[in-house]
Write a protein that binds this ligand. Sequence first.
Ligand code: FES
Ligand code: FES
Length: 848
Amino acid sequence: MQANEGSGTVRLMVNGVITQVLLDPDRSLLDVLRDELDVTGPKPGCGEGVCGACTVLLDGEPIRSCRTAVAAVDGRGVLTIEGLAPPGELHPVQQAFLEHGAFQCGYCTPGMILSAVALHEATADPGDESIRAALEGNICRCGTYRRILAAVSDGSPDTESVRGVDSVDVPSIDLDRRPRAPWDLTPTNERDWFDVLPDGLVVVVEADRSGGWSTTSGAWLHVGGDGIVTAFTGKVDAGQDNRTGLSVILAEALELPLSHVRLVMGDTDLCPYDMGTFGSRSTPDAGRELRALGRATRDRLEELAKTLDVVGDRIGDMVRGLRRIDVAARPRDRDSAPESAPAPPPDARRLTGPSIVTGSRRYPSDVVRPGMRHGMVLRPPAADATLRSVELDAVADDHVTVVQEGAFIGVVARTPTEARRALARAKSVWDLLETPREADLEAHLRANPIDEEGWEGRFDQATGDVDAALASANVRLEATYTTAFIAHVPMETRAAVAEWNDDERLTIWTGTQVPFGVREEVAGALAIPEAAVRIIVPDFGGGFGGKHAGPVAIEAARLARAAGNPVKVRWTREDEFRHGYSRPAAVIDIEAGATRDGRLTGWRMTNLNAGTFGLEGPYEVPDQRLVYQPADAPLRQGSYRGLAATANHFARESAMDELAVALEIDALELRLAHLEDERLAAVLKAAAGRIESTRERERGTGIGFAGGIEKDAYVATAVELQVDGDRRVRLTRIVTAFDCGRIVNPDALTNQIEGAMSMGLGGALFEAVHFDAGGVLTNASLSDYRVPRITDVPPVEVILLDRPDLPSAGAGETPIIALAPAIANAIFAATSVRLRDMPLIPSGRLPD
Ligand code: FES
Ligand code: FES
């Protein structure tokens, strides 16, 4: 292909198609692919060439398209994930990723696959070390590295290419139709069901909040003449594969194959109200609702079959031409009855997989609307700084609209590059808050307790006389443990596309864990009725508790209203660090006492700032006091996978180890001697047994373990590691035993646990948000904030303890809580160095 040198345009071939684009020195290849050519397989992740999400092949070589000027590809061939295999087929590496389920949210997957393809082209049968080296520059925040390693190992191009599996994660109904008002805000009998849905049968289970805390309320589905059942849930899928898990539950209740089931998730006009996808409540809450709905529908269909004299599974025939709405009673008796676990459907893994490995899945940041423009917002250097002055005279031009509403200032332009350039012409001065530096954090938190209302308020619970118990103890421990602020770092940064309709109603596509909460936020911020706002949440690229609020949605809506066009706002990685929120830092004091023969008698534990999750421990101690004291944090903080349970377990499980050492008792024995909970004992024994905790080990090698209960699930993690003569720590093995009751989808569960181990490694070993006075972050980029890479993760073994007779608990959070203390305990076993601050070894080396 000829280049277009000197012509003001660039000619390139993208996936075999020759195309010509304008030469612009500020535009990257990634910008051109995504925003001009609508090739969205390459993903923006960091913008600085260090995450690999934007990887494409340039004449067969993997490159970072975010760091490649479009001029550099003149006359060359670009291959993206979309062009890797002919339509309907998969490249062997794609096939291997599918087979191994080597993804969760899938946002990193196109870049991973292309890097792996290039490796296979360059190296025949690459071994593990070559694969790790080749993929070290590709980050998977969901932590599916073990599976990625296996998939790349199996994905040799010598393998015959195989036909892909049809994706079934797309509803078969037209979702562009919008009801007159959101269905959750409309009584059942007034909803305009069949203005939106095709003919068929609608079955509704009414909202019921009488069963205690629930994050979901009511459920409904549609049975279409095509035989497809489409159910609506307010839950969303951020990579935890709720879509498959909930579909499995529904299909089982309906007694239909999984391929007959679709889910519409997180659409506030169409779905039942849901408080949010957090707290590991998807399976327990939405699963319960969908199971009840599925059974009620099955009953309806059986009745219909009798009435219509239709037999068998031809449900499409039964409902074709109907416009019928059935409100079903909630089948409480059967719903609460213990059940046997179903065999996992063989196609469960593949429900979301094909669209991920082919790059056809459209994430929120990939959404494009007709006439769409791109917006950017003027931001301060620290989240809560206030604007002192701004000069905007040089910002607007023929293609750039400036929007100023009070302190909110943004621009709208034809491309992100134009918007970025325009905003750079604004001159602003900001006043920072007076907040402490990082070095003074512990003293600041101790000196600045605050009052909070509700469940986030102070907690103080005492049994017995802890002062007397500690005073009379033979053996005492007093220790302080800390955890740093850490960042969520979802691979997809926050993004929203807002579109105003002629009737003043607003639709926003965005990635959030709380669509109904964002609807309320947007309505409040823009002073419009909640019913006028529709939030649609496409499956998105990771949340981990970090996407609980809607600032990006509000920004897009404001800019779109002012510009008169749909507007997309996508936060940069720096925005994500500086203007999102962090996991709270913690300072935890523990005082514990025991008799000489190893009975714990007194326990006082005080958590400053982090929260109450995991504060109440599983061990039987007669005299205890547990305190949580909120404090004035210098950074924005909020929800995070596991939240305070990670800090509280780190402290408690480290302290238990320290007590075992002081008492000269085996650490497992000490735990078991104080446990009445048989399920926690079982996971501890399983993990310790697998790692052979009593086996002799060579010098410099240590094992450690820890366990806990959180969100009704039980976990124990055992770690083996080595410390070399240079004091570098290398994890060689992680074993995690997990019990969350009845297992719905063992493969997805294992994937979640493996991912939690991988993500948890970062917080345990090296992740920390660093900051200066005024709350200014000093490591707000992926080159400065290190997250686990494929080279950091050792082999992970998962032991699932199935409890088919018990209700299923969620598994998104609990597995992460025992890893850090297990590592700290293993480091002590190897070196006699006790580390009480997370991250444990930010430099990679133990302190001298
Ligand atoms: S490497 Fe290009 S977006 Fe991260
Ligand atoms: S699957 Fe890799 S970032 Fe989510």
